[in-house]
Design a protein around this ligand. Structure first.
Ligand code: FES
Length: 292
């Protein structure tokens, strides 16, 4: 955890505010483009926000869109946070890293521009060819993008099939935005070159939840996980150290290593080999051995 003080909150687009944060005792932890932080709000809600400032600077910038159906997070940020307020924030975590490539296509919708902004800057600085297709009723940071990237930014609803047809064979595609945009991107771009970040999980159906046991190899504990509870909750109720965040399989804060068993991955991050996100994922085998 880090403590950060709000230096500034300013409206940057319709319903979107940008916050600049600085450490209360020194520079905040370093980060890479694509990273996000957990912000613990004074109303005890924890929300994840992509870092959209300049990596290497002492402070952070995040942007928050007021959600029409706010579950209490964005509304609180807009209505109650003011400069001078101190917040608990996590260290940066990156589940959407920018991989090296000679050419990039970035596709962003609305507030989905936030992780893309520093990625675009880093990609352009690396000498790669970059294109950003940016759509949305609200287009935060549009002026900043125009100034920095000129004609490499195309505003308006993108024709994704046409962009896919024209895609250079060596190009990577990074996409963040509303679910229909992400779903279409997953249909038209080659899966091995497409990277998406979801702020919310897709509506998907899974096998019925069943009970299993979590064997915690390091602590020597065996924790029963009932059919109606998550692996994360079972571990936390048993007093084991697992960090909760979004509880939706999108933020990565609860990541654990598993050593044996057959996990059923339900996250939206794309768990790496040997990793599991216990807030949503379960076990298909009667026992799942964790490195915990
Ligand atoms: S708490 Fe966010 S991925 Fe598990």
């Amino acid at each position: 955890m880090q403590k950060a003080i709000i230096d500034d909150i300013s409206p940057i687009a319709d319903g979107v505010a940008a916050l600049t944060l600085r450490g209360t005792t020194g520079p905040l932890a370093p980060w890479e483009p694509g990273a996000h932080i957990d912000v613990t709000l004074p109303n005890w809600l924890t929300r994840q926000y992509s870092l959209c400032g300049e990596p290497g600077s002492a402070g952070y910038r995040i942007a928050v869109r007021r959600e029409r159906l706010s579950r209490g997070g964005s509304e609180y940020v807009h209505d109650h946070l003011r400069p001078g307020k101190v917040l608990d924030i996590s260290a940066p975590r990156n589940t959407f890293p920018l991989l090296p490539a000679p050419e990039y296509l970035f596709v962003a919708g609305g507030i989905g521009i936030t992780p893309v902004l520093p990625m675009l800057r880093a990609a352009a600085a690396s000498g790669a060819t970059t294109t950003l297709a940016f759509a949305g009723r609200s287009t935060p940071f549009a002026d900043e993008l125009r100034r920095a990237h000129g004609e490499r930014v195309r505003f308006g609803r993108p024709d994704l099939p046409a962009l896919a047809a024209a895609l250079d064979p060596a190009a990577l595609v990074y996409c963040c935005g509303p679910e229909p945009m992400l779903a279409e991107a997953e249909e038209v771009f080659p899966a091995d070159r497409l990277h998406v970040e979801r702020f919310r999980p897709r509506a998907r159906t899974f096998e019925p939840d069943t009970a299993f046991e979590a064997v915690c190899a390091r602590s020597g504990r065996t924790v029963p996980v009932e059919a109606d509870e998550s692996l994360l909750d079972a571990l936390r109720f048993a007093g084991l150290p697992v960090a909760p965040g979004c509880r939706e399989g999108v933020c990565g804060s609860c990541e654990l290593r598993y050593l044996d068993g057959r996990p059923e991955h339900r996250d939206e991050i794309g768990a790496a080999e040997g990793r599991i996100y216990p807030c949503v994922s379960r076990s298909l085998s009667p026992r799942l051995t964790l490195d915990l």
